[in-house]
Design a protein. Sequence first.
Length: 369
Amino acid sequence: MNTNKQVLTVNTEQARRIIALCWKAQGIARKSGIPVTTGVALVGPTGTAKSSIVKEVVAELQEKHPTAGFSYWMASLALMLDSGDLGCPVPDTKAGIMRYFTAGHWPFGKADAKGIFCFEELDRCPVEIQRGAAHIMLEGELHGQQLGGGVYCCATMNGTSDIATEELSEHIRTRMVTIFLDRNAPGAADAYDKWAEDRGLSITRRAFNRYNRDALAASAEFAEMAVCNDRTLDMADCILQASRSVQFPTDDILMPAIAGCIGVGPAARYMATDKLVNEAPDPEDCISDPDGSPIPENVSTAYALALAIAGAVGNTADRNRLDGAAKYVARLQPALAAVAFKTVSDKNPRIWTVKTALDWQNDHKALLL
């Protein structure tokens, strides 16, 4: 990972893991009913293997799961002239309606389809093509033609590394995870050497790559594309959740993936908040030992703990648990305690039958209004 102007850049091996991570995050979003997508947009200069990276993610899945039916589909947007190239309406004279048809080799109308649908050169096509492709990526359909439920959409772009590109609107940029590839990112030489060895390229080629890095084109300079808003924060959270369940290392890719949603500055603060939250005491310890459990000094940690205690209490009728929770919450800063008591009482009004909670309520009525 490398800081390049306003962005974080990654090498090809890291990019493959980020795609796998964001695909997992997409599944979490769908399962939870969170209305976001986490499709990756690989941004990099020409010749940085963006298309190959996507194909290799699918190839690895095909090798690991040969009977699962994973596929790769591609739409070359730079070759399209207008929105009709994405699909076209055809009159159904018998039904008296228009039906919309897309390319037969794309994964529309195939409920069991699974794999990656890649939109090549998203920023090298007319704006109307961008809008249509983005709609497919974000909504999984085009004029009623549905993508298979197991299809993950991503894109490749050149970004500001090339002058012959069309700037993407914020509407599109806030619905993708922008990942910046750099042939000179830390670990790039090692990643290429492993890739080249696996594919039988000559030792001469590999040696040149490692010891003549100055002969390669200079690193491109990119401009930040991510925007921090409620939608992109939800995207970042799905990625953070996914990082805790995947079977590969994410320490070196989580920050650029989060930054690809919300930007470098907000991503640093988001990760710092996550660290503080993880340092909070166990809510069960706070309930069982309300007087002896420590009170977090950091307000973000204390807030997260207050919410965790509310979740741990749930709708229990156990007086001991309610009493323990009330005693611990009453020790928090009043504003945080008010949040915790309100959250608990929304799920479990019995909390107000506990003497500690009633005493706190009488002393802090203004905070509960």
